[in-house]
Design a protein around this ligand. Structure first.
Ligand code: GLA
Length: 399
């Protein structure tokens, strides 16, 4: 949304108050490392140029008022305190409350603000629109309270704070929103958070396309997501009880760093079965794929990176069971249209895919998705496919 439209929206919502700051927090597309961040395993996302923007006017009191350019998100208000009650699941005010509670609790924030939000990120699409919203609210409240926390520590705390909405997410989305660098993808390590920016080769294009199935992380998809985390914990507990692993590290990351993905997969085959075996297998294979993908990115090995994407999709579909028929069909359509590899991205259960192509094939890929996928749907209402440019991290500017 353009600056003057944002200013008009702010004036319509809040009357005479003048915004003093503008915040921009990007969404992201995760390239590889899916459903592993909550086990502290590395991931490799890049920020999008699509973002959530907030105009902020500090207030003298502790009231936080929020309004949104989109009518589906009604105005809300609450008082900034250290203990906030969540509103019913799915209400967008919970994202503001998550940020406000963190700021009050850990950074001593006492001033509220009038906050006007506009976003060009599609919601429930696996592009981290929720985290972009939380990060944007948090930075706006920082500006209102003259706080400038260090990005890494802030990203870690925000990840924990966002669990206020009820999803037990990992830390990828907040970290990339705050720490991304334009033109780069980022390999992110957790506990402690570390970010390595890796240039995206000039001849590569990542296409992001929506399956048109919405996956609401704060509502329906939440239970599936939390169930996957619980499965991972169950698999780890069983695995650690096996004689081969007595005295071994007690976490996925410790085990993987100590024994390697192949050896662990072999031990898992002997000690686990059914669903838990499959969930563990995804953790191990995806960990190995993140390492391979990093090497391919550095060596500009397009085909190699494409193969990693394809393998990740198969693992997410068969072992982690977070795909759906539309995502599988869209991935197939991408491959048939010239992508060197494609997979679902984000939490899954709907949302987007990411496909990799040579720059010269990107238009053909988009055209192929239109013909092979979108044109066959009963409605083209949620059609969304674009070439994703690796964007910068969140920014705050004084007005
Ligand atoms: C959501 C969560 C992330 C991550 C992905 C799956 O986007 O917010 O922390 O777990 O799902 O990789």
């Amino acid at each position: 949304m353009k600056s003057d439209e944002l200013l008009h929206g702010f004036a319509r919502a809040f009357g005479a108050a003048r915004p003093t700051h503008r915040v921009r927090a990007p969404g992201r597309v995760n390239l590889i490392g899916e459903h592993v961040d909550y086990n502290d395993l590395p991931v490799l996302p890049m920020a999008l140029q699509l973002a959530t923007q907030v105009l902020a006017a500090p207030r003298e009191d502790a009231t936080v008022r929020i309004a949104n350019a989109q009518e589906r998100y009604p105005p809300r208000e609450f008082a900034l305190t250290t203990t906030l009650e969540p509103s019913p699941a799915g209400d967008w005010v919970n994202y503001a409350k998550a940020a406000a509670q963190l700021l009050a609790r850990e950074y001593g924030a006492t001033r509220g603000a009038d906050l006007f939000v506009a976003s060009d990120l599609p919601p429930a699409a696996g592009l981290a629109s929720s985290s972009a919203l939380v990060v944007a609210f948090a930075l706006a409240l920082c500006a209102a309270n003259r706080l400038a926390p260090d990005p890494l520590g802030f990203a870690e705390r925000l990840a924990a704070a966002e669990r206020f909405v009820g999803t037990h997410s990992g830390g990828m989305d907040q970290a990339i929103a705050l720490c991304a660098r334009a033109g780069h993808a980022c390999r992110i390590e957790f506990a402690p958070l570390r970010v390595e920016a890796l240039p995206v080769p000039a001849g590569w294009r990542f296409v992001v396309a929506h399956s048109t199935v919405e996956a609401h992380k704060a509502a329906g998809a939440r239970e599936h997501y939390n169930a996957r985390r619980a499965d991972c914990e169950g698999a780890l507990a069983q695995l650690l009880a096996s004689p081969e692993l007595s005295g071994a590290p007690r976490s996925y990351r410790g085990l993987l760093e100590h024994l390697g993905a192949e050896r662990l997969a072999w031990i898992a085959e002997r000690n686990l079965s059914g669903r838990l075996l499959a969930r563990a297998r995804h953790q191990f294979s995806e960990f190995a794929r993140v390492a391979r993908a990093r090497r391919c990115l550095i060596a500009a090995d397009l085909e190699g990176f494409g193969a990693v994407l394809d393998e990740s999709h198969a693992s997410l579909r068969d072992d982690f069971e977070v795909s759906c028929a539309q995502l599988d069909a869209l991935v197939e359509a991408a491959r048939a249209s010239g992508a060197v590899g494609a997979r679902l991205t984000g939490a899954g259960f709907g949302g987007c895919i990411v496909a990799l192509a040579q720059a010269s094939d990107a238009e053909r890929l988009l055209e192929g998705l239109r013909e092979r996928f979108y044109a066959r749907l009963p409605s083209r209402e949620r059609e969304f496919a674009l070439v994703a440019e690796p964007g910068a991290g969140a920014q705050v500017s004084a007005l």
